[in-house]
Design a protein around this ligand. Structure first.
Ligand code: NI
Length: 202
């Protein structure tokens, strides 16, 4: 009997060791995997050449050097885009001078209708720190895909169309690295907290 008990004990100990090692490996894999996808300058984004709302050429270089917010939407959006850009201007205002380095870009998912002129009037209605970006539809589509943003034309009853699209605000640090998102409707404290961290405000 004692010998059987001893054997059982050894097997239990070995099994415990095995499963805890497996758990540790899985934990390390998961943590490192998460870290990789967040901090590696990732497979998010791409180089591009589009037009800003002043009619000038703009490239991915505009996203580096300053803490940056990127939002995809369209000027005819009935609710989500105006709400988001209005809230965004409120975050900037709340951070005041400390957050003066923060900049934002509003990239059209409806470049066929959103001309630079229309983007300018729209973006400037929410302040002078949001730059509208539009341009060649194929190039815009490539940027949308590279950011893993969802954007689709939805036909309306009057024969026109509206756009359905991802409503998250992407956060990019000074080195051009993706740092997370602010969700649509995220509360003010949470959003401004993320922007403070992004801008390095203590
Ligand atoms: Ni929208």
């Amino acid at each position: 009997m004692p010998r059987i008990a001893l054997k059982t004990g050894i097997w239990v100990a070995l099994a415990t060791l095995f499963f805890s090692s497996l758990g540790l490996l899985l934990w390390q894999y998961t943590v490192q995997g998460t870290d990789r996808s967040l901090s590696a300058k990732l497979d998010l984004g791409t180089d591009f050449s589009l037009t800003d709302h002043n009619g000038d050429t703009i490239t991915e270089a505009a996203f580096a050097g300053r803490p940056t917010l990127i939002y995809f939407g369209f000027t005819r959006c009935p609710e989500v885009c105006p709400t988001t850009l209005y809230e965004l201007s409120g975050w900037f205002e709340a951070l005041g001078d400390e957050g003066r380095d923060l900049q934002a870009f509003f990239i059209s998912v409806d470049p066929e209708r959103d001309t630079p002129e229309i983007m300018k009037g729209y973006a400037e209605a929410f302040g002078d720190r949001i730059t509208g970006i539009t341009g060649d539809p194929d190039e815009v589509a490539r940027v949308i895909a590279a950011w893993h943003v969802y954007a689709a034309k939805i036909p309306t009853d009057d024969g026109d169309y509206t756009m359905d699209h991802t409503a998250s605000v992407f956060l990019i640090d000074r080195d051009g690295r993706f740092r997370g998102t602010i969700a649509y409707g995220e509360d003010f404290e949470s959003a401004t907290g993320k922007l403070r961290r992004l801008a390095g405000i203590s």
